[in-house]
Design a protein around this ligand. Structure first.
Ligand code: PRX
Length: 677
């Protein structure tokens, strides 16, 4: 043990100050129909049974050939799952369902304009369209197994059709979130070495038809600048047969997919028999440095993991109508809109637009009309809907059996609104903690087995074995209620295989910190660093405090920004809260608290004091912020995340940088006048 680790309380061990919440139990109706109610699953997936336990997930799939070795660690920490197995993801998500379910809806596509008809695509139709698109990609675009292709598509039925067509051929798809700029797409085209870009002419957002083709021009130009030539741009049309963008077509480079498809009507493409460890897709995510990382996900392991977790954690049955409101351009959409649900033969809803268009009742009308019974979204959306339409869910007659929250810690107050008002106290809720890198869930309750605890992700899911380490690498005792760096001890099939083209960065970013022996081929020497801080309560539930860098250390006390935000949200008038660190000569840093109020409330000193008092009474005087700023609105990204970076710059009198890409850039000036006067 190092000398530093001997000090009484190490940096990572300082207790967090949040109170444990009471349990909520899953409704009896839910448990009666749940896919997984057998507690012995945790024994089956214990470390003693690792890695063979994951056969249970792989056996949910159809294999051309079974594997010889379940886990090959010879190139640790780049693992190969189900080595020797042969499989195709497109076959598993489509073809295998046809004998019994060809007439079942695979995809409900809901256009943003309410007057536009919803499209219901059956598994048979999906089969036909994916085959024809695969034929086009192979014979017209010249793509073959192992090639990469960049997709920059909005939420549309054509997005999963294109992904599954790629998967059929063994072409590695790299979908870039449609809301990202052309430049961001260009960077990813270059990094992945794509010579084909697949895009769409336009799509609706907030009631406006946006020219998306414009971004393709920027993307191709940026890629060329960086040395990657795109020789074909394939364009889906938002309205098939009609080009709906102002940006002109470049002759010889741009092709309308619907025109070219005519040459491939009726063509069938035999799925490639992929090796289990062949890459299925790349998903870029941001790291601590500027350059995005292309997380490479494999075929057999990834598909097995998302199928198994969709079945047990999302509780998907083939007869369910499942709606995940995330964008397919994020990992959530890949795993839990496309691959997991379709592999289980569910009906998956894809919604084009924003949740509050044309009004905040929209999500609940969609749920009612399609009879959605599983609903999946993020705290950001929940907070927004709670703020702008708190009474809307009660007006609609839908019934959710299951709901998910993902992507950020959820404040208990917000969780309770989700449970009571959205779920009408009839749905089991899972709070799923995971990452782009992990492919699927790491922590979540199993909804048919464990009670829910607002604000806690729950225990690790079967087969995931976390440990919390302090800054010196010392393991905190289980259930200690102390904060530290949460790591996963063992590999799992959904885990990314490497960073595309940069194995060193993969090892350095995720393993180097706690690796016991860099030459080791034994997975036990390679704990995976998630980069999150977490606390394990005595009941084994994990609460995620946020990224390690989001933890604010005030006078040596470690405070999760989320803890403070949660406390502020207890105050009735508060709709949203964001905490940022402000440099302080004496205390190192102190928190600044920004809040936006619910409609109908005006900023006043009395409300600010009430919030300040709440922080002190919920957490203690240590949590007292330098200042409570009641602002007209939070600066937000287009995907709705609060831009804490901008608030931190304002609080610290730093340059806010470029804010023009925000959803509401004007609010920055208003806040600046308030804070920097
Ligand atoms: O900090 C954690 C937070 O989101 C990070 C991963 O972000 P991303 O790769 O974009 O994936 C989002 C979709 C899984 C994590 O490191 N995070 C994710 N889920 C939760 C969460 N924080 C708290 N609770 C969650 N349920």
């Amino acid at each position: 043990m190092t000398e530093k680790a001997n000090v009484e309380t190490s940096e990572a061990e300082i207790a967090v100050h949040m109170q444990e919440e009471a349990y909520f139990y899953p409704p009896r109706d839910f448990v009666a129909q749940a896919n997984m109610t057998d507690e012995s699953i945790y024994d089956r997936f214990s470390l003693d049974n690792f890695p063979n336990c994951f056969k249970e997930y792989a056996d949910m799939l159809d294999w051309y050939e079974y594997w010889d070795e379940i886990l090959d660690t010879s190139d640790a920490p780049c693992y190969k799952w189900f080595k020797g197995g042969k499989i195709n993801a497109s076959y598993n998500c489509i073809d295998r369902h046809l004998p019994k379910n060809k007439n079942k809806t695979a995809i409900h596509f809901v256009p943003e304009l309410e007057e536009d008809a919803v499209q219901h695509i059956t598994y048979q139709e999906l089969y036909v369209r994916v085959n024809e698109m695969a034929a086009l990609l192979r014979d017209f675009a010249g793509l073959k197994r192992g090639d990469r292709v960049t997709l920059h598509l909005p939420m549309s039925a054509e997005l999963p059709i294109t992904m599954l067509a790629c998967a059929r051929l063994g072409v590695i798809h790299s979908q870039v979130f449609g809301g990202f700029s052309g430049k961001a797409a260009g960077d990813r085209i270059e990094d992945s070495g794509s010579r084909v870009l697949i895009t769409m002419d336009s799509y609706y957002r907030g009631g406006k038809l946006l020219d998306h083709k414009k971004k393709a021009e920027e993307a191709v130009a940026k890629a060329a600048e960086d040395g990657q030539v795109v020789d074909k741009v394939l364009i889906w049309q938002r309205y098939p047969g009609k080009y709906s963008a102002a940006t002109p077509i470049v002759e010889g480079r741009d092709f309308m997919i619907n025109d070219v498809l005519k040459d491939f009507y009726g063509v069938r493409v035999e799925p490639e028999r992929m090796n289990a460890e062949d890459p299925l897709f790349l998903m870029y995510t941001s790291g601590t440095t500027g350059k995005p990382k292309g997380c490479q996900h494999g075929t057999g392991g990834y598909l097995a993991y998302v199928t198994g977790t969709s079945k047990y954690v999302q509780d998907i049955h083939p007869e369910d109508v499942y709606w995940c409101m995330a964008d397919i351009g994020w990992i959530t959409g890949h795993s839990y809109i496309v691959y997991g649900p379709l592999s289980l033969c569910a009906s998956s809803v894809i919604y084009e637009g924003i949740p509050n268009y044309p009004d905040p009742g929209r999500p609940w009308r969609i749920a009612q009309n399609l009879d959605v019974n599983i609903f999946h979204t993020a705290p950001t959306a929940i907070r927004a809907l709670r703020k702008i339409g708190p009474d809307e869910p009660a007006k609609y007659n839908y019934k959710f059996k299951h709901m998910t929250t993902v992507g950020e810690p959820i404040e208990p107050e917000v969780w309770k609104w989700y449970y009571k008002v959205v779920g009408k106290e009839k749905a089991a809720i899972v709070d799923t903690w995971w990452q782009t890198e992990t492919g699927g869930f790491l922590c979540s309750t199993l909804p048919g087995i464990s009670p829910m605890k607002p604000g806690s992700a729950g225990m690790a899911v079967p087969g995931i074995h976390p440990i919390i380490l302090d800054d010196e690498g010392k393991e905190l005792p289980r259930g200690a209620g102390k904060a530290g760096n949460i790591c996963i001890q063992n590999p799992w099939p959904g885990m990314f295989q490497t960073i595309w083209g940069d194995r060193d960065r993969f090892v350095t970013n995720y393993f180097a910190r706690y690796c016991k022996n860099p030459k080791s081929k034994d997975w036990r020497d390679w704990p995976y660093l998630t980069g999150d801080a977490a606390v394990e309560a005595p009941d084994g539930y994990y609460r995620i405090l946020g990224r390690i860098d989001d933890v604010i250390n005030v006078s040596g006390h470690r405070l999760g920004t989320k803890e403070l935000e949660s406390a502020a949200l207890v105050v009735e008038e508060v709709a949203e809260a964001a905490v940022v660190p402000v440099k302080d000569d004496i205390k190192g840093v102190v928190p600044d608290l920004y809040v936006a109020l619910k409609p109908g409330f005006d900023a006043s000193d009395a409300i600010a004091k009430k919030i300040m008092d709440a922080l002190i009474s919920e957490i203690g005087p240590i949590a007292k912020p330098r200042k409570v700023w009641i602002v007209p609105d939070m600066p937000k990204t287009r995907s709705g995340k609060i831009m804490r970076r901008v608030l931190a710059a304002l609080s610290n009198n730093n340059d806010v940088g470029d804010v023009m890409t925000l959803a509401n850039p004007d609010v920055v000036e208003l806040i600046k006048n308030q804070v920097q006067k």
